[in-house]
Design a protein around this ligand. Structure first.
Ligand code: SOE
Length: 392
């Protein structure tokens, strides 16, 4: 694994746990974690359960005891690491968004196709597909329970940037993150829209905004916020990404979609909310209540119809037969256990992983169209059709 911050910790939890919960065709071994700071990565190896620590990702890839490379770094290093790992014959799991640009994502998807011909798997970490309630929603849409899809509306709301004193971390710099709320949160809801609907977006109209345009620097020398001293203003730097993106879209079938991605929704901590409306019914979901799926069957007599809550904890629900009895809910961390399970099954069976790098490229094209539309006052911007057929 390369990187050991929030996503590194979440992925490590998945790797440590998956073999103790699921019957697996292959067992993961946490061979080595990689990071630039030797002392910090050795401490992370101890804390997260990795057998060794490396400070150069090229050395990690060269290790004969490493067969899967899990990329948990900021987006500016995804392409270099993933392409080198795939070309070196490793399987790859890469955090979302796949890349910082469409060009990088295209190169990664090409490397994944080359590697696939050699039996190597490449998956992108859209972990919310592995929330059981959302996997159930996908199954229900695929079974036609909603009829013809008319609307899908998604919002991913957080509030950790409301305070202007929050420092200029890598997620606020275009050179590191590629974009702001759009790539960080918007990528999740774009992927979910295409996954749940089973079809790609054809075009978007968008607005983006940066509300707080400069923030205190993390002064590397003092390894904290830049000292302000008596009267000296804190060193500040420019925010070069969007703070929020709102956009509409049209799916290939003609269904209409609306999206919101923001880290300024005061009071909303991790509120990914979505609703699908079809000719025969609707589904609704809120990540802050992730064991529940709301379902309205419009074919029921009006007298007794309406949204009802499906508690997604039955053994027949996706992934649940490996966990606890009905009513004992799962959490955010379990999506990373499910992601690890699915990757290991894809490696063992050679099946096409979902989401693939082609799916990640499809999302990247939507993000680029959003940014293009936003620079042109929301003009409708079409999205080039990609090779990926969105698998169920
Ligand atoms: C942003 O705060 C973030 O960490 C995203 O980067 C993750 O993808 C999401 O799962 C949780 O929120």
């Amino acid at each position: 694994m390369v990187g050991y911050a929030f996503m590194g910790a979440a992925h490590s939890q998945g790797w440590r746990t998956v073999g103790r919960v699921f019957d697996l065709p292959v067992q993961p071994v946490l061979a080595a974690v990689c990071g630039r700071d030797g002392a910090a990565v050795r401490a992370a190896a101890d804390r997260l359960g990795w057998a060794a620590a490396e400070t150069d990702w090229r050395a990690l890839i060269a290790r004969d005891d490493v067969h899967v490379v899990d990329i948990c770094t900021p987006g500016d290093s995804h392409a270099d690491i993933a392409i080198a790992a795939l070309d070196a014959g490793k399987h790859v799991l890469c955090e979302k968004p796949l890349a910082n640009t469409v060009e990088e994502a295209e190169a990664m998807a090409e490397a994944a196709e080359r590697a696939r011909a050699r039996g190597r798997i490449a998956m992108v970490g859209f972990n919310y597909r592995r929330v059981p309630a959302l996997a159930l929603a996908r199954r229900m849409v695929g079974e036609g329970r909603l009829g013809t899809l008319r609307h899908i509306r998604l919002a991913y709301l957080q509030d950790w940037l409301v305070d202007p004193a929050f420092p200029l971390t890598w997620r606020l710099r275009k050179d590191r993150a590629g974009s702001g709320a759009l790539g960080d949160l918007g990528a999740h809801i774009v992927d979910l829209a295409q996954y749940l609907a089973g079809e790609p977006l054809a075009g978007v109209s968008a607005l983006t905004e940066t509300f707080v345009r400069e923030r205190p620097l993390l002064d590397g020398a003092s390894s904290g916020l830049a000292a302000t001293g008596a009267g000296r203003p804190a060193d500040v730097g420019p925010v070069t990404v969007d703070d929020a993106a709102v956009f509409t879209g049209r799916l290939a079938s003609g269904a209409l979609a609306t999206f919101e991605a923001t880290r300024f929704a005061a009071g909303r901590k991790n509120a990914l909310r979505l609703e699908l409306n079809g000719s025969d019914g609707s589904l609704a979901f809120d990540l802050e209540r992730l064991n529940e799926l709301s379902y309205h069957d419009h074919t029921e007599p009006a007298l007794s119809s309406g949204f009802r809550r499906i508690l997604v904890t039955e053994p027949d629900h996706p992934y649940l037969d490996a966990w606890w009895p009905p009513g004992h809910g799962l959490g955010y961390e379990h999506t990373f256990v499910h992601q690890a399970r699915d990757l290991l099954h894809a490696i063992a069976t050679g099946e096409h992983p979902a989401p693939s790098f082609a799916d990640g490229l499809s999302v990247q094209r939507v993000l680029a169209a959003v940014e293009e539309s936003a620079t042109k006052n929301s003009v409708y911007t079409t999205i080039p059709a990609g090779p990926a057929k969105i698998p169920a």
